[in-house]
Design a protein around this ligand. Structure first.
Ligand code: NOJ
Length: 544
């Protein structure tokens, strides 16, 4: 841990631009909208904003399919708007991190269009292979977005690889030209003054072999491309060639990363990685099935990761996940459970990432209807489940368990028709009907709101060396309770959380603690002589 790095003492706020704030009334969020809310972001105590992709895109995956890496999506604004965002953020002491999506491009990127000519140098920018035999793809790999990972191009009699949708062809990282192109993209943005990148699915960019994968119900082929030696070598190269020469940070989205690979990524390749174990705590292998009793896996994952690496990213939400209050909290205890989860996020050791709306306790949308879907994964999954024979209602429910649209509905600014997100009621995803109860304006004026609790949490963490830099020392308890110490320079903080909606008794070693509560989601909560925790009770105490 290097205390001089801004991301070490800092807090990151993720913005999904399409859904944050619309300034021109087209129902889609945009860059001027973000600029208009920078004072709000600043008022939370945020140091760094991570912007989900803002590049031109045909929106097959809402920006995660890029057709030009050095320009701005006209739906979101112009390059001048982007420059202004960087500048206005800087004035407020906020740095901007962009999304780097280089496992694949859009199929409408000029490189891919040119690649369809077998004699073009761009042909080798992508992964084209002959089929095993006529009509049969080169191997049995499956795509993250359903179906086979290969698409046939009759004119070439070749198939191209796409680990996501067929509109997202994978780049060929064995071609040194691809590395050169990406380095030029990185320098372009870093020279503009951005503070680094969140690197999309960065642990699968290097395909080591193209053999068939072992059969699994989900994602066949991963053993041939997840976290291979070549992957580490590429990241080291990008680091040494580019990142090492800038004041910047990198955070890798590293699906299924294990401790061993994370240690390598964090040693001279990337600054932080997103682990997925916590996000999988409430899921079975096929993620349409969810686990009600998620607490043991949840705690195990966090304790494991805190122990395994010195410093890392911590998060409970992003644009790919359902809302944390809906997963790990409960509607009956909305405010208490949102505050409990916030307490956890902001007291773990590592750089906290808050996702837009998390700080006001936004929850999942009520069951989405098929006609409301935007995420392409939903259409595929719904169709597949229908073909298997499930009823319409059953399909909607299964899809709901992993529907990324939940996190992408408009940010709830106020109680007006489109939640203050847009002047247009036809927003690209529907506004949550609960925006009249849960919104920024209402929470601003309520001293006990989730929003103001987040502000207190962030302020407390920032002024407190132990909560920021302290060691992480978990206390053994049953899985309903999460308790840990943070110690630093002679100071001890104790964090105590009830992960459930039930009252739980405290074990002896906690009952005997004496300390002063610095912050809690229950008014007047104390630690000394405490015998039990109330539903979702959370407290941070100073131990004397
Ligand atoms: C991970 C991103 O977070 C997700 O939104 C996207 O669909 C895939 N990578 C593909 O880029």
């Amino acid at each position: 841990m290097d205390k001089n790095k801004p991301f070490v003492g800092g807090i990151v706020y993720q913005i999904y631009p399409r859904s944050f704030k619309d300034s021109n009334g087209d129902g889609i969020g945009d860059l001027p909208g973000i600029v208009s809310k920078l004072d709000y972001v600043k008022s939370l105590g945020i140091d760094i904003i991570w912007l989900s992709p803002v590049y031109p895109t045909p929106n097959a995956d809402f920006g995660y399919d890029i057709s030009d890496y050095k320009a701005i999506n006209p739906e979101l604004g112009t390059m001048e708007d982007m420059d202004r965002l960087i500048l206005e953020a800087r004035k407020r002491g906020i740095r901007i991190v962009m999304d780097l999506v280089v496992n694949h491009t859009s199929d409408e990127h000029p490189w891919f269009l040119a690649s369809k000519d077998p004699n073009s140098p761009y042909h080798d920018y992508y992964i084209y292979k002959r089929g095993k035999k006529p009509g049969v793809p080169p191997n049995n790999w499956s795509s993250n977005f359903g179906g086979p990972a290969w698409e046939y191009i009759p004119e070439l009699d070749e198939w191209y690889l796409h680990l996501f949708s067929k509109k997202q062809p994978d780049l060929n990282w064995r071609n040194p030209k691809v590395l050169e192109e990406v380095e030029s993209i990185l320098r372009f943005w870093l020279d503009k003054g951005i503070y680094g990148f969140r690197c999309d699915v960065i642990n699968q960019i290097y395909k080591e072999s193209f053999d068939d994968g072992k059969w699994k119900p989900w994602l066949i082929g991963q053993e041939h491309y997840l976290m291979k030696e070549g992957n580490h070598l590429i990241l080291k190269r990008l680091h040494d060639d580019v990142f090492a020469h800038y004041d910047c940070m990198t955070v890798g989205e590293t699906y299924d990363v294990d401790f061993e690979n994370a240690k390598r990524f964090l040693d001279g390749e990337l600054d932080l990685v997103f682990q997925f174990d916590t996000m999988n705590a409430d899921k079975f292998i096929v993620p349409i099935f969810v686990r009600k009793h998620w607490q043991p896996a949840f705690k195990k994952s966090l304790i494991g990761w805190e122990g395994a690496v010195d410093w890392n990213a911590v998060y409970l939400e992003n644009h790919d996940q359902k809302r944390s209050v809906s997963r790990f909290g409960s509607p009956g205890f909305h405010s208490l459970s949102a505050k409990m989860l916030g307490t956890l996020l902001l007291t773990l050791r590592g750089t906290p990432f808050i996702y837009q709306g998390e700080e006001i306790g936004m929850v999942d949308y009520p069951l989405f209807k098929k006609k409301e879907y935007q995420d392409p994964v939903n259409f595929w999954l719904y169709g597949l489940l229908r073909r298997i024979g499930f009823s319409d209602n059953r399909c909607l429910k299964f899809v709901d368990n992993m529907n990324r649209d939940h996190a992408r509905i408009p940010m709830q600014w106020d109680e007006t028709a489109a939640a203050g997100f847009s002047s247009n009621q036809a927003t690209w995803l529907p506004v949550h009907p609960n925006h009249r109860e849960i919104n920024v304006a209402k929470e601003e004026i309520d001293g006990e709101s989730i929003l103001n609790y987040y502000r207190k949490l962030i302020a407390l963490r920032k002024k407190d060396g132990a909560l920021t830099y302290g060691s992480f020392e978990p206390v053994k308890t049953n899985s309903r309770i999460f308790a840990f110490y943070r110690r630093y320079e002679g100071k001890t903080r104790f964090v105590l959380l009830n992960l459930t909606a039930r009252k739980v008794g405290l074990p002896k070693q906690i009952r005997s603690l004496r300390g002063e509560v610095l912050l809690s989601n229950y008014e007047g909560a104390g630690l000394t002589y405490k015998k039990f925790l109330r539903p979702y009770e959370a407290l941070i105490a100073e131990i004397r």
